[in-house]
Each structure stands twice: as C-alpha cells, then as structure tokens.
Design a protein around this ligand. Structure first.
Ligand code: HEC
Ligand code: HEC
Ligand code: HEC
Ligand code: HEC
Ligand code: HEC
Ligand code: HEC
Ligand code: HEC
Length: 290
C-alpha cells in the first residue's frame, strides 16, 4: 500500500496519447488547435515556434551551449519572411542555454507540455510538443491510472481570478498590486490577462466574466461567436448609431504592434478610435476604482 500511495502522490505526466485513450473526442478536437501546434520540428534541425496562426519563428541549436533565434520569421499576413520581432537585422540572436534569464528554456516551456529534458550535446528535449492536456490540467499520470474527478485539476471549478492565473502562466500574469504596466506599449496588448483585468466588465461583475466566458479551451472557435456582451449590456447607451458594427471592433479594438501582427485589446472599454486623439491602447475614461 505504501508503494501505491507514493505512486499516487508523484506528480508524473502521462502525455496526451494516454488521455486520448479515454477522452477521445476532446483529444481529437484539441489536437487541431493552435495550442497543440504551438511548437513543431522543422526541416534542418530547426524548431518552429508558433502554429502559424500569425507567425512562425525558427530556433536552432548552434553549439553545445547556445541556441539561435533566427532573424527572419514567417508571417501569415505576407505569406513570407520578415524580421523577427525585436531583432535589429536578419542575422539572428544567440542565447546561452543556461543564461540567468533562461530565455530560450522559457520559450520551450510555454510552447510545450511537461518537463524539459537535456539530451545528447545538451539538446533541449520537450516531453510533448505544443500546449496539450497537462499544461492546463496538471501532471495527471495518477488520474490516468485510476480515473476519478478527485485526482485531476478541472478548471471548470476555477474562479475568474484563478483562470487569469492559469492562462496567465503563458499569456502573462495580471499585474501584481503596485506593479506598473506600460499600457501605451502596443507589444503589451498580446498579454490578454494583463489588459482584461483592468476592465470594468471584469472588475465589477463579481467574477462572472472570465477567459472561459468567451473562449473554448479545447478548440479555436472564434470568441466572437460566443460573445455575451448583451447578457450584461442589453441596451447600451450610445450617442450615435452603431448598429452595424460589432461590439468588439469598438470596445476591444485591434492593435498592431508590427505591420504583420495583430491582437485584440482585452481591456474592454470606451476608446477614441477616430480623429487626432485616436488611441486603441487605453480607454478614454478609466474605471474610477483604479
Ligand atoms: C482510463 C481512462 C482515463 C484516462 C487514461 C484519463 N481519464 Fe480523465 N477521466 C476519466 C473518467 C472515467 C473521468 C470521470 C471521473 C469521475 O466522474 O469521477 C475522467 C474525468 C476527467 C476530467 C474531469 C474531472 C471533473 O472534474 O469532472 C478531466 C479534466 C480529465 N479526466 C482529464 C484527463 C487528462 C488530462 C488525462 C490524461 C493525462 C486523462 N483525463 C486520462 C477517465 C480517464
Ligand atoms: C502552456 C502555455 C499556455 C497556457 C497554459 C495557455 N495558453 Fe493559450 N496559447 C499559448 C500559446 C503558445 C499560443 C499560441 C499558439 C500559436 O502558435 O498560434 C496560445 C494561443 C491561444 C489563443 C489563440 C488561439 C487561436 O485561435 O489562434 C487563445 C484564444 C488562447 N491561447 C487562450 C487560452 C486560454 C483561455 C487559456 C487558459 C484556459 C490558455 N490559453 C492557456 C500558450 C498557452
Ligand atoms: C511566458 C510564456 C512564453 C514565452 C517565454 C514565449 N512564448 Fe511565444 N507565445 C506565448 C503565447 C501565450 C503566445 C500567443 C500570443 C497571442 O496570440 O496572444 C505565443 C506566440 C508565439 C508566436 C506566434 C506569433 C505571435 O507573436 O503571436 C511565436 C512565433 C512565438 N510565440 C515564439 C516564441 C519564441 C521564439 C520564444 C522565446 C524567445 C517565445 N515564444 C517565448 C507564450 C510564450
Ligand atoms: C488551454 C487549457 C486546456 C488544455 C490544453 C486542455 N484542457 Fe481540458 N479543460 C480546460 C478547461 C478550462 C476546462 C473546463 C471547461 C469548461 O468549464 O467549459 C476543461 C475541461 C476538461 C474536461 C472535463 C469535461 C469537459 O469537457 O468540460 C476534460 C475531460 C478535459 N478537459 C480533458 C482534456 C484533455 C484530454 C486534453 C488534451 C487532449 C485537454 N483537456 C486539454 C482546459 C484545457
Ligand atoms: C458578466 C457581465 C459583463 C459582460 C459579459 C460584459 N460586461 Fe461590460 N461591463 C460590465 C460591468 C459590471 C461594467 C461596469 C458598469 C458600471 O460601472 O456601472 C461594464 C462596463 C462596460 C463598459 C464601460 C467601460 C468603462 O470603463 O466605463 C463598456 C464599454 C462595456 N462594459 C462593454 C462591454 C462589451 C463590448 C462586452 C462584450 C465584449 C461586455 N462589456 C461584456 C459587465 C459585463
Ligand atoms: C468578452 C470576451 C472575451 C474575454 C473575457 C476574453 N477574450 Fe480573448 N478574445 C476575445 C475576442 C473577441 C478575440 C478576437 C478573436 C476571436 O474572435 O476569437 C480574442 C482573442 C484572443 C486571443 C488571440 C490574440 C488576440 O489578442 O487577438 C488570445 C490569445 C486570447 N483572446 C486570450 C484570452 C485570455 C487568456 C483571456 C482571459 C484573461 C481572454 N482572452 C478573455 C474575447 C474575449
Ligand atoms: C462604432 C463603435 C461602437 C460600437 C460598434 C459599439 N459601441 Fe458601445 N460605445 C461606443 C462609444 C463611443 C461609447 C461612449 C458613449 C458614446 O459616445 O456613445 C460606448 C458606450 C458603451 C457602453 C457604456 C455606456 C452604457 O450604456 O453604460 C456600453 C456598456 C457599450 N458601449 C456596450 C456596447 C455593446 C454591447 C455593443 C455591441 C452591441 C457596442 N457597445 C457597440 C462605441 C461603440
């Protein structure tokens, strides 16, 4: 019995093929998502980061101790190559694998599932490519051996704030108390939990609005298909007629941090989108609680 208890307590990863044995339908849908394809092996020993929804950046090992992030990335908008964000030219940037900020290890961590291992020549070897089951449900070998709802994390039972933390592991955490965020920097808009938690909709709805109100966790179904604005705002007071445009286009405006990338501002608010003061980064009036 002691051995059994130890097995039970060890936080081992099983891998999505094991989960698929019993949760076939979810596994099939999830495998098609951008999450599942966020990292893959490309020809020439390169790693391809990004499913290609917007872009793919290549990374390869250059020596036993270094990795190179390639200077040219592929962008869907142009169906071609252009400079990787943050790179001054196309030569690529070299990282030491064990640099103090672990930048390259962290790329693999957010784009894969399970523990990273080091192989021959100190090659980084992800346990499983892409964002799969246990990235969100936690290591679950024990559950796979003896299924029960008591030995698996089900985020359906999470509060809206806990979901921000779960998704925020990779999409970036909401700012801690007193932490300053530069909301005018368009690169930060891709950090949805950071912006979302500033919204009056989130702050004033008693936990009824979360990432899961609009996003399905196992598919790429567009959020706009499940928008629930009207549930809380049946009759918004508009000074002019806005009827033929979507709520999102004005209240979660698109921001382009580069000509080839776009993100939706998750700080749901009232923006000045036309005229000389146009700014899709920060709402006109802030919620007085801030
Ligand atoms: C041997 C079959 C089996 C395997 C393998 C398996 N599960 Fe399950 N899973 C079940 C069963 C049966 C339930 C329902 C348990 C219950 O209602 O008590 C369940 C329930 C769940 C739930 C919902 C729990 C809840 O709160 O209702 C999640 C999430 C889950 N499994 C995830 C996983 C993941 C992730 C993996 C792979 C690491 C996995 N399962 C592998 C059989 C399995
Ligand atoms: C382990 C890291 C990780 C976790 C945890 C995670 N994500 Fe992601 N997510 C990613 C990565 C990486 C991508 C980019 C995929 C790609 O390459 O297009 C992504 C993409 C997305 C997308 C865009 C999908 C599309 O159609 O292009 C949505 C929406 C999303 N995540 C929502 C969530 C939500 C909601 C949660 C929490 C329930 C969550 N994510 C948890 C890493 C993660
Ligand atoms: C903290 C977790 C995290 C780290 C570290 C990380 N990524 Fe990502 N990455 C994400 C998430 C989340 C997305 C999805 C962004 C979105 O669509 O909002 C993403 C998206 C991408 C994309 C798709 C294009 C885009 O810009 O959305 C590429 C390419 C990419 N990452 C490459 C990398 C590379 C290369 C590294 C290391 C230098 C890296 N990532 C480090 C979480 C991370
Ligand atoms: C991006 C995070 C994420 C990933 C990746 C993920 N799940 Fe889930 N899963 C969730 C969330 C969130 C819920 C709660 C769904 C809800 O409340 O609508 C959930 C619910 C479940 C449930 C409970 C039944 C249900 O449909 O609500 C099962 C079973 C499950 N997931 C299995 C899996 C399996 C198997 C995989 C891998 C093939 C997987 N999940 C990948 C986030 C994720
Ligand atoms: C779960 C309920 C809920 C949902 C869903 C919701 N909101 Fe809100 N929203 C609120 C609450 C509560 C407030 C604060 C109202 C107040 O201050 O009296 C608010 C405030 C706003 C404001 C005013 C912002 C400000 O800073 O004063 C706008 C604009 C708005 N919502 C638009 C939207 C749009 C567009 C959607 C859909 C994408 C949406 N909301 C979805 C609850 C919600
Ligand atoms: C009120 C609805 C709503 C909520 C709540 C919401 N999103 Fe979104 N999200 C959207 C819409 C609309 C889009 C635009 C694309 C689409 O329709 O799927 C989007 C797009 C995204 C994308 C793709 C990149 C981008 O910014 O365009 C990611 C990643 C994402 N959301 C993550 C999250 C995470 C993580 C949370 C919780 C912190 C969250 N979202 C909460 C509505 C929402
Ligand atoms: C063309 C841009 C535009 C569209 C589309 C739009 N809004 Fe607005 N909304 C605004 C502006 C601008 C304001 C500030 C008041 C004003 O000037 O009319 C506002 C104010 C609001 C407010 C705060 C006022 C109030 O009633 O409390 C809410 C809530 C709101 N909108 C929700 C929505 C919802 C829900 C939709 C989709 C059905 C939507 N809006 C579509 C531009 C838009």
């Amino acid at each position: 019995m002691v051995v059994f208890a130890l097995l039970f307590a060890s936080p081992e990863f099983a891998g999505s093929p094991i989960c698929a044995g019993c949760h076939a339908e979810i596994a099939q849908t999830q495998a098609k998502t951008h999450h599942a394809r966020a990292l893959s092996e490309a020809p020439g020993g390169r790693w391809a980061f990004g499913a290609g929804a917007q872009a793919i950046t290549y990374v390869s090992q250059s020596t036993e101790d270094t990795y190179v992030e390639h200077g040219l990335s592929w962008y869907r908008k142009i169906d071609g190559l252009a400079l990787t964000p943050g790179h001054p030219d196309s030569r690529g940037v070299t990282y030491r694998t064990f640099a103090p900020d672990a930048a390259i290890l962290r790329c693999f961590q957010c784009h894969s599932t399970g523990m990273l291992r080091l192989g021959a020549q100190r090659r980084i070897e992800p346990a499983e490519l892409g964002v799969r089951c246990e990235a969100c449900h936690g290591p679950a070998a024990a559950h796979a051996r003896m299924p029960s709802r008591h030995n698996i994390r089900n985020p359906a039972r999470f509060t809206a704030a806990e979901l921000n933390q779960l998704c925020g592991q990779c999409h970036r955490m909401p700012p801690a108390q007193g932490e300053e965020t530069n909301f005018e920097n368009p690169w930060n808009v891709r950090h949805q939990p950071v912006y979302f938690t500033q919204s009056a909709c989130f702050r004033k709805s008693d936990g009824k609005l979360s990432c899961l109100s609009c996003h399905r966790p196992h598919s790429d179904q567009p959020a706009s298909a499940s928008l629930k604005c009207a549930e809380c705002h049946p009759k918004p007071k508009h000074q002019s007629n806005v009827s033929n445009r979507s709520c999102v286009s004005c209240h979660m405006p698109v921001v382009n941090p580069s000509p080839w990338l776009s993100f939706h501002n998750h700080w749901i608010g009232i923006y000045q989108l036309t005229g000389p003061q146009a700014n899709p980064l920060r709402p006109l009036k802030q919620w007085p609680g801030r």
